[in-house]
Design a protein around this ligand. Structure first.
Ligand SMILES: [Zn+2]
Ligand SMILES: [Zn+2]
Ligand SMILES: [Zn+2]
Length: 265
């Protein structure tokens, strides 16, 4: 299974509009971060996690021509406001594009995009999507399973996702302040764990670096990457903070267009 990071920034993206801080002015390409989204590819299928505002640009940048299913995490703008751009994929499909989300998030998506449930005006096109309310592990294609991972993220319910394919496993929890024990059990020992790591300073609704590393220590993945960074820390400095912790498994910081291939058994 291949896991590609289409975006790894927090809700503002980096650079942030109007900011002249050293990270926003950095020439390191790893300090340019779109809003967060991930593409899992395996068993001949491409599964997208989240539809941020930058989805169109991210898909063009990575040459993504096809998405077979979509997993959604939560209703914040930096995860759903590119939802309508799924039209580019669904237009080329025979059947509606399947979208998996919690029942609460399905309701929020129907409220935010009410026109998507209606037939299009003749001569126009709308995204053809089928929402699947998913509150437990589900085989979304033969050999590809998706498991919702409910976590605490301030006032918002938030669902990370674990994808299993060909014996490889990856869990992505992009926005999180606390992982409840039931969810921790579902991510323990995964091949790749991706966690919210906003910045060094604590934040009311996101993991700081050290909180993310504490959670990773408990989860004991085979590999850890942090995502959803804000402009408070450069990529290089964030990697140094993670390295100083000396975790017993490879741990680092994701950046846009990073692709990780997980060996299948
Ligand atoms: Zn977010
Ligand atoms: Zn800045
Ligand atoms: Zn959020």
């Amino acid at each position: 299974m291949r896991v590609e990071f289409l975006g790894t920034g927090t809700s503002y993206g980096i650079p942030m509009v109007g900011c002249g801080c050293p990270v926003c002015r950095s020439r390191d390409p790893r300090d340019k971060r779109f809003r967060p989204s991930v593409l899992f590819t395996g068993a001949g299928k491409a599964v997208l996690l989240d539809t941020p505002q930058d989805l169109r640009l991210a898909c063009l940048r990575s040459g993504i021509r096809r998405v077979d299913a979509v997993l959604m995490s939560h209703e914040h703008a930096d995860h759903v406001f590119g939802f309508d751009d799924l039209r580019a994929f669904s237009n080329r499909m025979e059947e509606p594009l399947p979208v998996y989300a919690s029942s609460a998030l399905c309701a929020a998506l129907r409220r935010t995009f009410p026109y998507l449930g209606r037939p299009p005006v003749p001569g126009t096109s709308l995204a053809r999507l089928k929402l699947h309310e998913t509150d437990g592990r589900r085989e979304i294609f033969p050999g590809v399973a998706a498991t919702p991972l409910p976590v605490e993220h301030g006032r918002s319910a938030m669902t990370g996702w674990r994808v299993d394919c060909g014996g490889a496993s990856a869990a992505v929890v992009s926005d999180c302040k606390r992982i409840p024990p039931e969810t921790m059990e579902k991510i323990r020992g995964v091949d790749l764990l991706v966690l919210d790591g906003l910045r060094e300073e604590p934040h009311p609704t996101h993991f700081s670096f050290s909180e993310a590393l504490d959670a990773a220590e408990e989860a004991q993945p085979k590999r850890l990457l942090l995502t959803h960074l804000c402009h408070a820390t450069s990529h290089r400095d964030a990697c140094a903070v993670v390295a100083r912790r000396g975790l017993p498994f490879p741990a680092s910081v994701a950046f846009d267009r990073l692709a990780v291939t997980l060996p299948e058994s």
